[in-house]
Structure formats: structure tokens, C-alpha cells
Design a protein around this ligand. Sequence first.
Ligand SMILES: CC(C)(COP(=O)(O)OP(=O)(O)OC[C@H]1O[C@@H](n2cnc3c(N)ncnc32)[C@H](O)[C@@H]1OP(=O)(O)O)[C@@H](O)C(=O)NCCC(=O)NCCS
Length: 224
Amino acid sequence: MSVKFIADKTVSSPVEIIDVTEDPEYERFLYRCILHSKNAWTRASYRKHKLRREYLEFVIPRGFRKKVLFYKGDHVGMIEYVPAEVSDYPIIGDNVIVMNCIWVHKRGQGHNFGKRLIAHMMEDKKEAAGFATLGLENHWTAWMKKREMEWLGFKSVKSVKLMHKRKHEGRCFTIHLMWMPANENAKPPTWDESRLLEGTHFCEYHPLYHGRYGCEGLKEIFEK
Ligand SMILES: CC(C)(COP(=O)(O)OP(=O)(O)OC[C@H]1O[C@@H](n2cnc3c(N)ncnc32)[C@H](O)[C@@H]1OP(=O)(O)O)[C@@H](O)C(=O)NCCC(=O)NCCS
């Protein structure tokens, strides 16, 4: 038996990881971050942001996956990943899977759900040479922190110090390219630094999202 509605609490085990990528029943999880959702929000409570919809239409047929972890029927965690070639992060590498995002809600912490979601991704993409993501240091938001990515097993292999052009001018933060090889011979990825300066487009809640702080008309929102 699978989970039908969050409010139903109909689960077959206390922990279930559900693939929400292509099941219309779970479409809301593709558009709304679990951070912004209440325990029993309804199917009508999300809008299909245009950039997100276009991104999903492009990447879903090309290997994108989003998984949601339910604990006792409550959506407390999620992970989203995609092959590097079609990732919105400018990460370059052979047979590399990019983790767009992982999130475990405070009410779900202390159960190793973060590591469980990572293990799930690795099992799902077991032919991958390795897994990459971005980690932030000294950014003004609380998200995608380098140290939290390290807790999950990633290590920094490259970094760049940047400033936002319109927000907190003069304040520097660092973006790290975080890497977790699947085997010891795997070649670490690299990145396209000029694309990195443009920020990200795939999710309006992401800390590096391009389209806020009056940056809509700019190509590059960060500078070195
Ligand atoms: C990073 C995150 C996913 C970890 O989830 P979690 O379920 O708490 O992690 P786990 O319980 O699986 O723990 C993973 C490791 O981190 C360590 N850890 C967890 N919390 C820690 C803390 N506060 N201090 C130090 N280490 C910690 C654990 O000890 C564990 O290591 P171990 O297996 O060697 O003991 C979670 O904190 C999170 O969602 N952070 C926000 C992520 C984010 O910014 N997402 C993007 C939103 S745009």
C-alpha cells in the first residue's frame, strides 16, 4: 500500500521513500518545497511556477528524480537529483549525478533520514561514477551549507568566493563544489565558473536563485 494523501496517514511502514517524479498524485511535491508546506496542505495549494515547470519538462525524461521521505505519513524529507549534463548547476563530469537539493525537516531529524536519502540516491544511480552538489559558506541564508553537505559524506574539491550584485553588497560568500565518489578511481567533477555567476533557475526557493533582489534583467548576478 502506498501513501495516498498526506492527511490520510495511511502508510505501510513508519518510513517510506516515495518517488514523486511522475505520479500526478504527488505533483505538489515537485512544485512546493517541503519547507514551505504544512502537515496537511491540500493539492490546490501550489502553483506551477513557469521556470520550474519548464525545467521539469526538460529534465524528467532525462533522468531527474525527486523522492520524498514519509515518516508515519508525514513528509519530513526529500532529495532531488539529476545527471550533470542536464543539471541547472554548472557541474561538469563523466557519469556524475548532481544532487540539486536535500532537506530533512527539523521534526524528522535525529533518525538518520539525511543519510538514508543519500543511500537511496546512490542505490538508484548505482552506475554513477559519483555524486556532486554545491555547498555554501558564509551565505546569508541557512541553506545548502557546506558543513551540512560534509555531514552527508561530500567533500569540497573546488571553491570560489563571490559577492551578490544586488544583495548585501560587499559581503563575500563561498560556493564549494562538493563531491562524493562512488569508487576510489572516480575522477572529480569540475564546473563552468561563468555559468555559476548566473545563479540557479530550477527552484525559486534555492539560495542561489537568479530571479530575486531585482536581478531579473541581469545575466550574471554574482561577481568575484
Ligand atoms: C543536512 C541534513 C539533510 C541532515 O539531515 P539529518 O536527517 O539530520 O542527517 P542524519 O541524521 O542522516 O545525519 C547525517 C550525519 O550528520 C551528522 N549530524 C547531523 N546533525 C548534526 C549536527 N547538528 N552537528 C554535527 N553533526 C550532525 C550526524 O551525526 C550524521 O553523521 P553519522 O552518521 O556519522 O553520525 C539536514 O540537516 C538538512 O536538511 N539541512 C538543510 C539542508 C538544506 O539547506 N537544504 C536546501 C534547502 S534550499
